[in-house]
Ligand binder design. Structure first.
Ligand SMILES: [Zn+2]
Length: 364
């Protein structure tokens, strides 16, 4: 709580006293023995809180050495915090429900509530908020209420390793209610450790009293054996995402080979373009290269050689664009799209040939 309050801060004063002024041990009336002064932010401005601390006046009573704080204090602010609960909740809500960044929260705290906090301090509060949220998520009563209409459970487990050589974070999620049940970082991902997590999941399932429809995972050995042991008879399915990811590698490899082959076949664009430009410079009648024979024919009826040249250059630009297009993932492989686009260009050229007409046309 090493917050530096500016000298000109205006505080609202608040005093709290103990409600139950009776010693727990000897029932004598407690006496105020000292005061605790603390300052914290609320959405309504800074507060200076005076807490009257009490103890039993009888030196022979066990209650004499124990100082009692006013019960209400932690309802306003937690020990050592500089933010009251209202600001704390505002901050957590902006971060996790509205997905604001920490710098954004920092500026808004300053602009809106005149609360000046460092990025580090805000991150610490965000961390505390996450802890409370996780505790709330795991609360058995809250969980039972979230699942009161559920008919069954679909569970998943996955390990995420943020960095090589570091501990792996294992996350158990339930898909029908879209909830993270719990997460634990394991340094050694042995089958026994993983099975411990699965046993914990089983305890949760038993507490909810709902049937598990299936488990989904990437089918690591530890998951396969652990789930079979803890959830005998429950189907264990391979995760779609992992399945696609495993399939993507060979698909993209094959696609890449196909792309290289297509590029080899479609060549000489630069030569055609140079020829068109040279002709235009010499102002000779159209006589286009072999690759663009189509356009040579097309140009016979064209109003001028310049127009036919434009068409050739446009085709070249389009084909170059197709050859350089590298976008698309495994579901839309770039090579496949290249093949489709090149086919469209060929069909377009073919149509021109058949029509024997010049002029710019709609292309692929
Ligand atoms: Zn006492």
């Amino acid at each position: 709580m090493a917050y530096h309050w500016p000298a000109n801060t205006v505080f609202r004063d608040l005093t709290l006293e103990i409600e139950d002024r009776c010693c727990w041990h000897c029932t004598q009336a407690l006496k105020v023995c000292c005061h605790r002064l603390r300052r914290f932010f609320t959405c309504g401005g800074p507060v200076q809180l005076l807490c009257k601390l009490c103890h039993c006046p009888d030196p022979t009573c066990a209650g004499h050495t124990k100082t009692v704080s006013p019960e209400e204090e932690t309802a306003l602010v937690m020990p050592y915090w500089v933010l009251g609960w209202d600001v704390f909740c505002w901050l957590g809500h902006r971060r996790f429900a509205r997905h604001w960044s920490v710098p954004q929260i920092r500026e808004e705290l300053n602009d809106h509530f005149a609360i000046a906090l460092s990025v580090d301090a805000i991150e610490r509060y965000v961390g505390r908020y996450q802890l409370m949220l996780a505790a709330r998520q795991q609360d058995p009563h809250a969980l039972a209420s979230a699942y009161r209409r559920a008919k069954g459970l679909i569970l998943t487990i996955d390990g995420l390793q943020p960095e090589k050589g570091h501990e792996t974070l294992y996350v158990v999620r339930e898909l029908t209610q879209k909830r993270v049940w719990f997460a634990e970082a394991l340094l050694s991902s042995t089958a026994a450790e993983v099975q411990r997590l699965l046993a914990r999941a089983r305890a949760w399932v038993e507490r909810l009293g709902l049937p598990v429809r299936c488990w989904i995972s990437d089918k690591q050995d530890a998951f396969v054996t652990g789930i079979a042991a803890e959830f005998a008879g429950v189907p264990h399915r391979y995760c779609n995402n992992h399945f696609l990811r495993d399939l993507a590698k060979p698909v993209l490899e094959a696609d890449s080979h196909a792309k290289v082959k297509m590029r080899k076949r479609v060549r000489g664009l630069r030569a055609i373009e140079r020829e068109v430009l040279a002709e235009r410079g010499a102002d000779t009648p159209a006589a286009v290269a072999a690759d663009a024979a189509v356009l040579e024919q097309a140009s016979t009826e064209a109003p001028s050689a310049a127009t036919a040249g434009d068409v050739v250059l446009d085709y070249c630009a389009a084909v170059r664009g197709i050859l350089n297009d590298n976008h698309g993932g495994p579901l839309q492989p770039p090579g496949e799209r290249m093949a489709e686009a090149l086919t469209e260009v060929r069909q377009s050229l073919q149509r021109n040939l058949e029509a024997k007409k010049g002029g710019p046309r709609q292309r692929a």
